[in-house]
Design a protein around this ligand. Structure first.
Ligand code: ATP
Ligand code: MG
Length: 270
């Protein structure tokens, strides 16, 4: 496969390999994008939960972005876990300097097991400043509730909350419905002109570690190759759905999904 685009991922490391930077690199690679990284935090975790989170100094986050992007210009950027107000401020300064238009923000707040990954002040800063700089945000249900102030129990609530988020100044919103207790999964895409509900088969599995990171990076990869945001969301959701259905059933807790589901190896090295 030839490399189709270049993307920069700004996110945290997950030592278990199922989420975070590790999931992002696998996803981008399996969808044909060259992947650069700026690591924001290092987590010690496995499929049973998070043991610790150590932030990377904000200046180092800034330097990783600037130094990497001035050499290889990314076609798009995905932002994942940002741990503190200082790191958000530094990311905003770096984005202002490198001026890339296509930016996807996954406003990560908690890990699958419930561990909190961001401070309350950082959430406020994200809401006031960062989301205005990006093309799309991809909150899950609890994150959408926190950012919009809307209590979400139904598909209709998801649409209402997404519209409230548009009022905050972001152009496009995809609220992910993995946490809603319904028979199918619904992901709701909203911008000023349209509302689109993607619905899919819901798999009865605990192996959904990293679905959110994987989805936002898959969207970034498709978007970086020139697809529209709506189409990128549709294709990203298909990729994640297929990755859940073929999950390798490893780990004792919330196991990872199968990032490799999109590729077939044709070249054999002997
Ligand atoms: N059991 C499931 N079956 C099918 N699709 C699912 C399932 N769980 C999540 N998804 C899909 O995975 C994608 C990510 O949604 P989810 O709500 O899990 O994000 P998240 O909570 O941010 O994930 P993470 O815990 O990795 O941060 C969405 O497209 C959602 O529809
Ligand atoms: Mg998430």
């Amino acid at each position: 496969m030839k490399i189709k685009s270049k993307i920069l991922i700004i996110a945290g490391s997950d030592s278990s390999g199922g989420a975070g930077i590790q999931a992002d690199i696998k996803t981008a690679t399996c969808l044909g994008s060259y992947c650069m990284t700026a690591i924001t935090a290092v987590t010690v975790q496995n499929t049973n939960g998070v043991k610790s989170v150590v932030s990377i100094p904000p200046n180092e986050i800034y330097n990783q972005i600037i130094h990497t992007a001035k050499d290889i210009k990314p076609d798009a950027i995905k932002i994942g876990m940002l741990h503190s107000t200082q790191s958000i401020n530094k990311v905003i300064s770096a984005l202002n300097r490198i001026r890339i238009n296509k930016i996807i923000l996954d406003p990560v707040m908690t890990a699958k097991g419930g561990a909190k990954l961001i401070s309350d002040q950082a959430i406020q800063l994200m809401k006031k400043k960062l989301i205005k700089k990006v093309s799309l945000i991809t909150p899950n249900l609890p994150e959408a509730e926190i950012l919009s102030g809307v209590d979400i129990k139904t598909k209709e609530d998801m649409i209402f909350a997404a519209k409230e988020l548009i009022k905050l100044g972001v152009d496009n919103v995809l609220i992910k419905g993995g946490h809603l207790k319904l028979k199918k999964v619904y992901d709701v895409f909203v911008n000023k002109n349209e509302t689109k509900i993607f619905n899919n088969k819901k798999f009865n599995t605990k192996n959904t570690h990293g679905t959110g990171c994987t989805l936002s990076t898959a969207i970034t990869s498709f978007f970086s190759c020139g697809k529209t945001l709506k189409k990128s969301c549709e294709l990203g959701i298909k990729y994640v759905n297929s990755a859940i259905s073929t999950n390798p059933k490893i780990g004792k807790g919330h196991g990872p999904i199968n990032h490799l589901n999109s590729i077939e190896l044709k070249k054999i090295f002997r």
